[in-house]
Design a protein around this ligand. Sequence first.
Ligand SMILES: C[S@@+](CC[C@H](N)C(=O)[O-])C[C@H]1O[C@@H](n2cnc3c(N)ncnc32)[C@H](O)[C@@H]1O
Length: 256
Amino acid sequence: MEWFEDEGLWRELYPYVFPAERVAAAEGQVTQIVALTGVASGAVLDLCCGPGRHAVEFARRGFSVTGVDRSGFLLERARESAEAADVAVEWVRDDMREFARPGAFDLACNLFTSFGYFAREEDNLRVLRNVGESLRDGGTFVMDMVGRERMERQGMEPRETRFADGAVLAQQPHVNADWTRLENEWTVVKGGRSRGYRFEHYLYSGPGLEERLLKSGFASVRLYGDLGGSPYGPEARRLVAVARKAHGRPSGRPAS
Ligand SMILES: C[S@@+](CC[C@H](N)C(=O)[O-])C[C@H]1O[C@@H](n2cnc3c(N)ncnc32)[C@H](O)[C@@H]1O
């Protein structure tokens, strides 16, 4: 089983991956995405929506929203959140390698490092092609992830976070020799018990991500250092890409 297929991992790490402050931050992030893309209405795809923190916020603003995720546990949290906010969202349990709905969306999002999970790069490219296919002509795709440049600057220092429930989370990142993949070891110590988890995904540089988006058929790509639109450079906190699908060309026979 791949790490991301482990429902136990999402269930057990839920309080530490999605603490209340992180859920609350989604409101401001959606404001930033709307400002960054200029897409203020229409149909949105939240690909790898998790507990639906962005999907629910988009729905609150009147977007028509589809949230896709492969975790039944996280989709259940998303459903509860939509119900509490009294908004309608279409939740789809599917794998990002499979989900495609031709021409259906004005905006697609893949947020909080939800990309590059597959060891075969061809599978990751397939996800980008699926998103391109699912956008209408001229549609926009926003990706937000940790970038390689940031990890190079930050180094592989371990990090510890203490949570309100008394748990301590220790994070130890590692990279492979050519810096293409990041492996994160997490240890949660709570009530005298300790449990380990492991995640692994590709670590893209800004130009590397841009190249993959263009190769997958997007017409243009802009890179930023966060969702607020700061420049992508050595000091960037995040790697954010805004990719546009080409406007359709008029079809039919040329005039004779
Ligand atoms: C780091 S979480 C981000 C969740 C959400 N985007 C957010 O910002 O809160 C990554 C998400 O990707 C989902 N995921 C992992 N592998 C997937 C796959 N193959 N297909 C669809 N979703 C997947 C996980 O279930 C999880 O919800």
